[in-house]
Design a binder for this molecule. Structure first.
Ligand code: ZN
Length: 347
């Protein structure tokens, strides 16, 4: 078979090895893959500037799950060329800002299929930037290539897929419906929290939660929507309309845990139209059956998601710590699960 003339043309598609090289050398723009030394370089903020401004996060510190603690949001940037920075501003940031600035009610009214795709690509881009900046991809500065070769834990194929989605505004790749992951949008009503912004990622399951005021968006980026059935049946309460932060975090943690139950993961690939050169991203979906959840995996995910809250959580009328409740998979904030939980949990 003749190789596609577009293979590894960064304007259309790059393969997984090129992606790994891009991530590790960091001498090229993450979107167009051109050498940064030949471009005007912008510092692309991991969290977009409009969020930093709106939620007054510029001098706030970011709690990261891995080894980099206490980095300030405004210094949390990755290299990206000015052209791509502008392009993503137009094609991702501005549409998502318009969709979300009116809060939960407005988002639900205006979220059509195109909006859904833009929102999903935006979540992929933020997740990827965070993963790279956070150090979750193990890279030793002086042994970069060796570190990648030895790094058996990172699911490069999945991250490469997330990168393909994140840079789709640049390549013009069409995203097929079966590619979109599970997305849950919640209305938040919680006057106990002064902060209007929350951000959580579970790197291992490609799960992300962003809260902007009364709106929380939670997504599994690489499950092709396969968690939704379990989430609707066992996690989301049928009639509840508004959620607290602790409840939203529980839904986020359970969405992450649900991905670990998928017995055959979707396989993602890019198809390139030979006539037009236009790429499109698809998924092969093997027959799906959910495995039982592994209790220790679920507990580890809950511990990660609630890590900032654990010091403040007390269990009413019980000596059990919140951490202990998590480790026994008995912590819940959702009313419809309370009867099965150890005791009432309050803050
Ligand atoms: Zn670029």
């Amino acid at each position: 078979m003749t190789p596609s003339p577009y293979l590894n043309d960064p304007k259309v598609y790059i393969d997984t090895d090129t992606f790994i090289d891009l991530i590790n050398k960091r001498t090229r723009c993450l979107i167009c893959c051109e050498a940064l030394e030949s471009k005007v370089v912008n510092r692309e903020h991991v969290l977009p500037k409009w969020i930093l401004r709106k939620y007054d996060l510029y001098d706030k510190e970011l709690t990261l799950p891995h080894e980099y603690h206490g980095r300030r949001y405004d210094r949390h940037t990755i290299p990206c060329c000015k052209d791509c920075n502008s392009l993503l501003g137009r094609k991702l940031e501005q549409p998502v800002r318009r969709l979300t600035e009116g809060g939960y009610a407005k988002l639900l009214r205006h979220l059509d299929d195109d909006g859904h795709r833009v929102l999903f690509a935006w979540l992929c881009w933020i997740f990827l930037k965070f993963l790279i900046k956070d150090g979750a991809i193990a890279i030793k500065p002086d042994h970069r290539v060796d570190a990648v070769v030895e790094d058996k834990d990172t699911d490069w194929a999945t991250l490469h897929h997330i990168h393909c989605i994140a840079r789709s505004p640049y390549t013009g790749a069409r995203i097929a419906p079966e590619v979109l992951g599970s997305v849950v949008i919640l209305a938040i009503d919680d006057d106990r929290y002064r902060e209007d912004f929350d951000f959580v990622t579970v790197h291992e399951t490609q799960t992300i939660m962003i809260r902007l005021g009364d709106l929380a968006i939670i997504a599994n980026l690489s499950d092709s929507g396969r968690s939704m059935d379990i989430i609707h049946r066992f996690v989301l309460p049928g009639k509840q309309e508004r959620f607290t932060i602790l409840q939203a975090l529980e839904i986020c943690a359970d969405m992450a845990a649900t991905t670990t139950r998928i017995n055959a993961k979707p396989v993602y690939f890019t198809r390139i139209d030979q006539a037009t050169g236009r790429p499109s991203i698809h998924a092969d979906l093997p027959v799906h059956e959910a495995n039982p959840v592994d209790p220790s995996t679920r507990a580890a995910i809950f511990e990660l998601v609630y890590r900032e809250h654990l010091p403040h959580l007390k269990i009413a009328g019980n000596d059990m710590s919140a951490l202990q409740a998590i480790r026994e998979n008995r912590l819940t904030f959702l009313d419809h699960r309370m009867s099965r939980a150890a005791t009432e949990i309050k803050e």
